[in-house]
Design a protein around this ligand. Structure first.
Ligand code: AQP
Length: 348
């Protein structure tokens, strides 16, 4: 199978509380890239279960959370006819390639992963093996489709570097077989992360030093994609800020993480640069800026939220999209695994 020249893969975990960071850091870019790339968007349910039940909701919630992410993809404008939308556990080749990558990646590489350290916290001995090996599964997700580009938020940069390390080691370790079997010099591509724009790391509304996240115990820390207009306005009103007005230049945001975060959110939602936002609001008080941001957030998110509600009321349609997407994804995945197993030398 020829290496595709412009294939996108990315995914979101069905762990509930889908938020503005997931939307601006990932989903908005997915929508934009489907115009220029062949796209595969996954609901990464095998990743979700690497954490305790309390994080992903346990068996009673997994199907609902999977439909929630799928509904968000559809509501934001991903076209399931053009792009593939599916959930990871329906294409078992993800787990199969992840195992092979467990044997390619080195312990030392994984020991350096900051996300594992953050998510495992102090109780590392009690973290699942799956959480430790998470980046290998992520590399498998991407390389199963030999994806060339992966749009993600800034927090995933290190995992993308690891994906490239795994691809390079595989290509190097099996170079003679790759050449003999007619795949040229490299079987897996050096996938490029796409981490662009003013909102690659949306921060908590309660603490500008912490990433906005699904698992933050404070609901006021995040705007979720299912929040109604009043809730969005309330969360922005209550967002932590400092007493000074917005600065006249971007440099003035350097030591003001909360202000910088709100300016970044405004820029991303309005399709402007942060400079343009400061050009318009520099010198103004938060009592002026916050209502403008709330109006903008409601204007941009209400249609997405409305469409999500419509899809969530129709699970048969959502499940049908995932089944169709899984069939199309599997067709590619099976072919990659056949070639990878040939390269490694498994008898078939
Ligand atoms: N705060 C964020 N700003 C920008 N992008 C973000 N992403 C996540 N948080 C932000 C991006 O969203 C995509 C999907 O993320 P995920 O569901 O796979 O997992 P995550 O990064 O662990 O998400 P959360 O919300 O932070 O969950 P918890 O609380 O479980 O840790 C990715 O592209 C990610 O970069």
């Amino acid at each position: 199978m020829a290496q595709p020249s412009n294939r996108v893969f990315s995914g979101i975990q069905p762990t509930g509380n889908l938020h503005l960071g997931n939307y601006l850091g990932a989903i908005v870019k997915f929508v934009a890239m489907q115009e220029s790339h062949e796209c595969i968007f996954c609901v990464v349910d095998l990743h979700a279960i690497t954490q305790p039940f309390a994080v992903w909701g346990g068996p009673e919630k997994l199907a609902d959370h999977t439909r929630e992410v799928t509904a968000a993809y559809l509501a934001a404008g991903i076209d399931p006819k053009k792009s593939i939308i599916f959930n990871q556990s329906q294409v078992i080749e993800h787990a199969e390639l992840a195992w092979l990558f467990n044997c390619v990646a080195r312990m030392g590489w994984l020991n350096r992963m900051t996300q594992f350290k953050e998510k495992a916290g102090k109780d590392r001995e009690n973290a699942s093996v799956g959480l430790f090996a998470y980046p290998n599964l992520m590399a498998a997700d991407i390389l199963l489709y030999r994806a060339t580009h992966v749009p993600v938020g800034d927090d995933q940069k290190q995992h993308l570097e690891l994906t490239r390390d795994i691809a390079a080691k595989f290509n190097n370790d099996f170079a003679p077989q790759i050449a003999t079997l007619g795949h040229g010099e490299a079987y897996f591509p050096m996938t490029e992360p796409v981490i662009e724009g003013p909102a690659t790391r949306v921060m908590s509304l309660r603490d500008g030093a912490k990433k906005m996240s699904k698992s933050d115990p404070s609901d006021l820390s995040r705007i979720t994609l299912t929040d109604d207009a009043d809730t969005i306005a309330k969360k922005i009103r209550k967002a932590k800020t400092d007493p000074a007005p917005l600065p006249e230049t971007l440099d003035g945001l350097a030591e003001r993480p909360e202000a910088a975060n709100l300016v970044g959110i405004y820029a991303a939602l309005s399709g402007q640069t942060r400079e343009q936002v400061i050009g318009e609001f520099g010198g103004k008080e938060f009592s002026t800026f916050k209502p403008a941001l709330a109006d903008l957030a409601v204007e941009k998110l209400a249609p997405v939220s409305g469409e999500m509600t419509r899809y969530l009321a129709d699970p048969a349609t959502v499940d049908g999209v995932l089944r169709d997407g899984s069939d199309r994804a599997r067709a590619i995945a099976v072919e990659t695994m056949r070639e990878v197993k040939d390269i490694i030398g498994f008898l078939s």
